[in-house]
Design a protein around this ligand. Structure first.
Ligand SMILES: *[C@@H]1O[C@H](CO)[C@@H](O)[C@H](O)[C@H]1NC(C)=O
Ligand SMILES: *[C@@H]1O[C@H](CO)[C@@H](O)[C@H](O)[C@H]1NC(C)=O
Ligand SMILES: *[C@@H]1O[C@H](CO)[C@@H](O)[C@H](O)[C@H]1NC(C)=O
Ligand SMILES: *[C@@H]1O[C@H](CO)[C@@H](O)[C@H](O)[C@H]1NC(C)=O
Ligand SMILES: *[C@@H]1O[C@H](CO)[C@@H](O)[C@H](O)[C@H]1NC(C)=O
Ligand SMILES: *[C@@H]1O[C@H](CO)[C@@H](O)[C@H](O)[C@H]1NC(C)=O
Length: 384
């Protein structure tokens, strides 16, 4: 009896230390080397298992002054922890194409089914070493950071460069905030989207700088209530809804505001394949500043290389308001709405001029319906 009480007492004293609310799991304590050459994936995995298994609010530490080589790391929940913080202060590097081991080429880091996660990347960053992959157009190339089924996710102060494919992918997540994200990849790097959002809801992406070879942000199939604000995009392909059509998916309730597009190929774009179905509705682009964008406002129902058309995505309730600046060669507004047309398109307070005096700004429409007010070029081709 006495010993039982003593035992209980000792346990009562020790347990809180292990289960303590601020337990910290440093990858260095789990065997990470951090020399940029040794694969530290196993150490990260072990540190993750500690973090995920802990009660309360543990932290996974990735310390500064080290370079961690990883390969196809999957951090899985569900976790015991109520909230988890990942503090990324060091540098993470991806293997080059020839040293990428195994067949999992989906993503360098996948975080799956972890609720209430915060990734604080101040000081740290991920280098995708994409230049070894880009020349191979037919290779299946990995993304860098994928979040899947992560509800209540916050990612902030985070730099990521040179992904072989898209940099960040948010898939089936609800309640997501990205703030102060810095994505950098060359303007001619293939498919290097900044942030891709699919099948996700209640997403806010704010105050970020994205330079890439493809879409700065792409919001596609199955996503709703997505806000994007304070984004400096360029080079890149602008901020896109889509591509849509391959699945019967809806995108709705998208609000993109206060963004700057510098020397991008596209600006505010909706792209749908001329096949399949689904719909895009309740989409607003507002307060957009343009500098030499090739296609500042673009609805493209003929996206992709299809010789036949088969089905068509519905597009309606799209507002473009408060656009200012230059189009590269005059193609200011292009509304290619296919056979089905698009409806309730609003063009308001738009002032786009051409950066080439010989090619004045123009607007072209195919089957586009809606209203136009205070818009230059005047876009008289928009039908009621
Ligand atoms: C959660 O805690 C229980 C009890 O300590 C443990 O058995 C389990 O492995 C933990 N779960 C995870 C995901 O680590
Ligand atoms: C973004 O990251 C690059 C390095 O990858 C750096 O040169 C640049 O200053 C960063 N920009 C911002 C706005 O933090
Ligand atoms: C998105 O913006 C709208 C309109 O300003 C606001 O009502 C809503 O709460 C915002 N949602 C998110 C997830 O930020
Ligand atoms: C627009 O975005 C910039 C860049 O993030 C920010 O500094 C500014 O406060 C924003 N303005 C408004 C009106 O939201
Ligand atoms: C597409 O989805 C909508 C909404 O879920 C449904 O009403 C419609 O029948 C579906 N169409 C096809 C062709 O699957
Ligand atoms: C719209 O612009 C075109 C081309 O500049 C011009 O021919 C046409 O008269 C304008 N229409 C209106 C209603 O201002």
């Amino acid at each position: 009896m006495q010993s039982l009480i003593t035992c209980s007492l000792i346990l009562a004293l020790i347990l809180p230390c292990f289960g303590s609310n601020d337990a910290s799991y440093n990858v260095m304590d789990f065997g990470a080397v951090g020399d940029g050459k040794t694969d530290d994936s196993q150490a990260f995995l072990k540190a993750w298992q500690g973090t995920c298994g802990a009660q309360g609010t543990p932290t996974l530490q990735i310390p500064s002054n080290y370079e961690f080589l990883l390969s196809a790391l999957v951090l899985k929940g569900p976790c015991n922890a109520t909230t988890i913080l990942i503090k990324l202060e060091g540098k993470i590097v991806a293997p080059t194409k020839d040293s990428w081991a195994g067949n999992n080429k989906r993503s360098l880091i996948s975080i799956i089914n972890v609720k209430q996660l915060t990734l604080d990347g101040s000081g740290g960053f991920i280098d995708g070493c994409g230049s070894s992959w880009w020349p191979c157009k037919t290779c299946s190339r990995p993304s860098m950071l994928t979040f899947q089924y992560c509800n209540d996710l916050s990612v902030h102060d985070f730099t990521i460069t040179n992904s072989p494919k898209s940099h960040i992918h948010v898939h089936y997540c609800e309640g997501v905030t990205f703030s102060r994200i810095n994505v950098t990849a060359p303007g001619d790097s293939p498919n290097t989207d900044g942030i891709d959002v699919t099948y996700s809801k209640n997403v806010l992406i704010q105050d970020s700088t994205i330079q890439s070879g493809d879409d700065c942000i792409a919001i596609s199939g199955g996503s709703s209530v997505v806000n994007v604000t304070g984004i400096a995009c360029g080079p890149g392909h602008g901020i896109s809804i889509g591509s849509l059509g391959k699945r019967n998916a809806t995108v709705e309730g998208i609000y993109i505001r206060n963004c700057t597009l510098t020397k991008t190929k596209y600006g505010a774009r909706i792209k749908t394949f001329p096949v399949g179905n689904g719909c895009a509705k309740q989409i607003t682009f507002e307060e957009i500043t343009l500098d030499q964008t090739r296609y500042p406002i673009f609805i493209d129902k003929h996206y992709g290389s299809y010789s036949l058309t088969n089905g068509e995505v519905e597009v309606s309730g799209v507002t473009f308001r408060g656009f200012q600046g230059t189009s590269f060669d005059g193609r200011a507004i292009t509304l290619d709405c296919g056979q089905l047309g698009c409806y309730d398109i609003v063009l308001d307070q738009i002032d786009i001029v051409s950066s080439l005096p010989a090619k004045p700004a123009c607007c072209s429409c195919k089957n586009a319906h809606g209203t136009v007010t205070s818009t230059v070029p005047n876009c008289s081709c928009l039908m009621p």
